[in-house]
Design a protein. Sequence first.
Length: 185
Amino acid sequence: MTVLWVIVALIVVAGFWLISAYNGLVRKRNMVREGWSGVEVQLKRRANLIPNLIETVKGYMGHERGVLEEVTRLRNHSLASQGPEEKGRAESRLSGVLGNIFALAENYPDLKASSNFLELQSSLSQVEEQIQLARRYYNGAVRALNNAVESFPNNLFATSLGFTQAEFFELEEPADRQVPQVNFS
């Protein structure tokens, strides 16, 4: 009879452990989803600032139209991209072209002195910082989920319960890992 109680106790303990491990994986997966949502919110905020920036710059940089059209095209591509990998590539290209606008603005003293441009520059700088924070949170949540999915003994049942590793939000170019310097003072 004692052997039966030991077996029942082991089954109950294993059941509680399985429930606890499953709930932990659910929490981690939800943190990844929350993190990705935060990244998308910040990228959307930046995308919403870009048309205002372009309109402000257009009046001063008439002959730089190609750069402005490229920013618009890349903004639309970024908004349409899905998933961390595709979104990372699109954001890398967009950040590079935005840097070109700010570099070109150095040649236009009136533009650099425009209050609209300075306000947009400040807003964009703040959004870039928020994007960096959101990326860091998302990648931390991905790391925690991936560690839980890959670690023993979770790896024995995680994939059969529908838990898979998540993608990190990485930038293609090492130089893109830096927050763009937006300074006109």
